[in-house]
Unconditional design. Structure first.
Length: 213
């Protein structure tokens, strides 16, 4: 038991030190204003849904399928993180546990911290789109990293919350990808790094044949 307590103590101290560095040492009034605006739920939701709406309007069947399952990934990540894990773990947010925290988030009520739901949703979305949109991977990765960083910088989460949210989001996205790949059958039934639709001419031809039926 002592070794577990030692590990727990180390993780808490490390988590607090990293949080203080990001939230306090890196704090800047001008940058804080930018981050506060960018981390706003309305702003983030606007970016996500604008991108998904664009895929629906100008995209192919593949794009519409990805939009549908992206939305399911957001819903699943939100439910598991906010309504299940947070209420089980019950870790207080930094603004509750620490003093002199730069808290830049507007919340109706302050719920629990672990894991970060925003990071989980961003990671789930990126995971669902990762395989089928190779050119978008740098942007998906950047978006996920920024969301995680903003969660710490604004004082809403501990670094471990963000890492847990990242892991949770990837898992949720992989689960949704299983159903997405089954939805595009008989073209492809399994997900891999190449995406549910793949990239070979044989798969593309099979998709076109399936759409005609």
């Amino acid at each position: 038991m002592e070794i577990f307590e030692a590990i727990k103590t180390f993780l808490i101290k490390f988590d607090t030190a990293v949080f203080r560095f990001i939230n306090t040492t890196l704090y800047n009034d001008f940058f804080a204003g930018i981050v506060k605006a960018a981390a706003n739920d309305v702003f983030l939701a606007g970016i996500v849904f604008a991108g998904l709406f664009f895929l629906i309007r100008v995209g192919s069947r593949k794009d519409r399928v990805n939009v549908a399952f992206s939305l399911w990934s957001l819903i699943l990540a939100n439910i598991v993180s906010t309504h299940i894990l947070k209420n089980i773990i019950k870790r207080p947010r930094p603004v509750i546990a620490l003093e002199d925290v730069h808290f830049l988030v507007n919340m109706r009520y302050i719920n629990y911290a672990f894991p970060s739901t925003h990071t989980a949703m961003a990671a789930a979305l990126a995971t669902v789109l990762w395989g089928d949109y190779k050119k978008a991977r740098p942007y998906l990765a950047l978006f996920t990293v920024c969301v995680g960083f903003f969660c710490i910088y604004t004082g809403g989460h501990w670094p471990l919350d963000v890492l847990a949210g990242l892991a949770l989001g990837i898992i949720m996205g992989m689960i949704i990808n299983i159903f997405k790949c089954r939805a595009v059958a008989p073209v492809r039934r399994s997900f891999n790094a190449g995406g549910c639709y793949g990239s070979t001419n044989k798969i593309t031809t099979g998709l076109k044949d399936a759409e005609k039926k």
